[in-house]
Design a binder for this molecule. Structure first.
Ligand code: GTP
Ligand code: MG
Length: 524
């Protein structure tokens, strides 16, 4: 038997570890080779781990140099819309890739608006009897107790249309025969629009992956990555299918015959997105009825009397219904900016932003703004560099969906108070967007009185400049009262659906964040 010569050891023979590791005296040549191979493999794994640790450390060091920007504010304030504007500026290709996936969202927005309008009509028996009632809200910036109960109870589901809690008006002047005729007309429209209404839940399931949150009152929350459920959708290039035009029948709430429903459309074309194609066909058939519904005297009267409230996105979708209903519809950038889905949790978006030849990675955190979502923000406070707080100042006549007694401006001020006073955020660069100024202008032009909702507004003129001045002063006061560290508050009046002006504001914000960033980098 061959005896292998023991390899020279660099360890002292007295070293207990060396002794323990020493190969046995009786090691054969074959055993020695196996041992050496095993040791080489262990060394290779160990080197890989060292290399991985080095890379991780590098990444960590680099991420410390990244800019982390939080978009905060109540639900529907415009955070995700602002995020889309960042995406358009700094990652236009990714927006292009996602474009097709927004078709389902816009179809969902249309279906939801129609569904909710019909629900409100149903609650009034498809006619409209006016009743009186009014309430206002005083606010002091952080005192929710002053918010008053919001008039009549709200109806079940939430959608692009809402009942207003505080509107008075004259009684209905319709005769019994007129009311009967109106009710009949609406019943016909309800019937003809039922395929679209039925499609709403399929569209919602597609977007949410079938997960509906109980707290969302029927609204739709989506997580980042929802696009993957709708991407790959191939727009149908083939022409319209011929549709059965026999009168529809209703069975268990589902329309069969007549217009197609999601389940009874049987596409002869292999299509990777049958749902979107089917809804496109339904919309093409329904578009005139949608227009008729919204132009109907009863609906117009309810909108005028503010029993039925159209959110910005619902109004936008309806104004574009002819185009949205076209076969082969591809959402425009404006459509995407107006589309509405609620953010769930925190969605991170990463962009490379270059300024003066320096490339810095920005992490944008777009959060869900509803009260039930706000606890998810806290883990991101630790290493945030900047915050854009988005406050929709058009919302003075609106109440929180999650708490119908709280005026939305009051809620924004309370939330801003919490952000300004939070110790973890005391060194963060703070930017305030007083958003939806376009909506505010339209409301004031339509004669909506601020003092009716915010009683402390008193007899100030019901005009854009004084109203903005009043709201801005309240936000600034909150900031001043919670500003031990003498932090500057950068305030902008915005309408984040307007790409041109928002681009300029984003550049401006980027420069100011960068200045703060370079200053703090110089201190490190
Ligand atoms: N007209 C108008 N619409 C706006 C403006 N900002 C946002 N919107 C619309 O308001 C709706 C809500 O905006 P989002 O950006 O989804 O709101 P959010 O703050 O992300 O809401 P959550 O995700 O629920 O917290 C969308 O349909 C937007 O298109 C604005 O300045 N003007
Ligand atoms: Mg959002």
């Amino acid at each position: 038997m061959l005896r292998a010569q023991r390899p020279p050891s660099i360890m002292s023979q007295d070293d207990p570890l060396a002794l323990a590791m020493r190969p046995p005296e009786t090691e054969t040549e074959a055993e020695r080779r196996i041992r050496l191979d095993r040791e080489a493999e262990a060394r290779r794994i160990s080197d890989n781990i060292d290399e991985q640790l080095k890379q991780d450390k590098k990444k960590y060091d680099k991420s410390k140099q990244d800019v982390k920007l939080l978009l905060l504010g109540q639900a529907e304030s415009g955070k995700s819309t602002l995020q889309k504007q960042f995406q358009l500026m700094y990652s236009p290709d990714s927006m292009e890739q996602e474009r097709a996936s927004w078709r389902v969202v816009i179809y969902f927005n249309v279906a939801r608006s129609v569904k909710y309008t019909l629900e409100i009509l149903e609650a009034y028996g498809d006619t409209f009897e006016d009743d009186d009632g009014s309430s206002g809200s005083d606010f002091s910036g952080s005192d929710s107790s002053r918010s008053q109960a919001a008039g009549p109870a709200r109806l079940g589901n939430r959608s692009g249309t809402r009942r207003d809690p505080s509107v008075a008006g004259p009684s209905s002047s319709y005769t019994a025969a007129q009311s009967e005729e109106f009710a009949r007309q609406i019943a016909v429209l309800r019937h003809r629009l039922s395929p679209l209404v039925n499609a709403e839940s399929s569209l919602a399931d597609r977007l949410s992956g079938g997960v509906r949150l109980s707290g969302s009152k029927g609204g739709l929350y989506v997580r980042r990555g929802w696009q993957s459920r709708t991407l790959g959708a191939k727009l149908r290039s083939k022409g319209r299918r011929s549709l059965n035009s026999s009168p529809p029948e209703i069975q268990n709430g589902t329309v069969t015959g007549g217009r197609p429903s999601i389940s009874d459309l049987d596409s002869p074309v292999t299509d990777s997105d049958e749902l979107a194609s089917d809804v496109s066909l339904i919309l093409d058939e329904c578009k005139d009825d949608i227009t008729k519904l919204y132009q109907h005297e009863i609906v117009q009267r309810m909108i005028k009397k503010r029993r039925l409230r159209m959110d910005e996105w619902a109004e936008y979708c309806l104004s574009q219904i002819a185009r949205i209903s076209e076969t082969g519809y591809v959402p425009s950038t404006d459509d995407i900016l107006h589309a509405r889905i609620q953010t769930m949790g925190v969605a991170e978006h990463v962009f490379d932003v270059s300024l003066h030849g320096r490339n810095v990675t920005w992490h944008l955190y777009d959060v869900g703004g509803a009260r039930g979502q706000r606890h998810t923000w806290v883990p991101y406070f630790d290493d945030a560099n900047a915050i854009i707080f988005v406050a929709p100042i058009s919302a003075f006549d609106q109440y929180l969906e999650e708490d119908p007694r709280t005026n939305r401006i009051d809620d924004s001020l309370q939330l801003f108070t919490q952000i300004c006073s939070n110790r973890l955020l005391k060194n963060v660069h703070l930017v305030l967007f007083l958003n939806k100024t376009d909506v505010l202008k339209a409301k004031l032009a339509a004669g909506v009185q601020v003092k009716k909702y915010i009683t402390s507004y008193g007899d100030r003129p019901n005009e854009f400049d004084p109203v903005v001045h009043y709201f801005r002063a309240h936000f600034q006061q909150v900031h001043r009262r919670n500003n031990e560290q003498n932090r500057v508050l950068y305030t902008h009046l915005t309408s984040v659906v307007d790409t041109k002006t928002t681009r300029n504001i984003i550049s401006n914000v980027r420069d100011s964040i960068f200045r703060g960033y370079l200053k703090s980098a110089a201190l490190v």
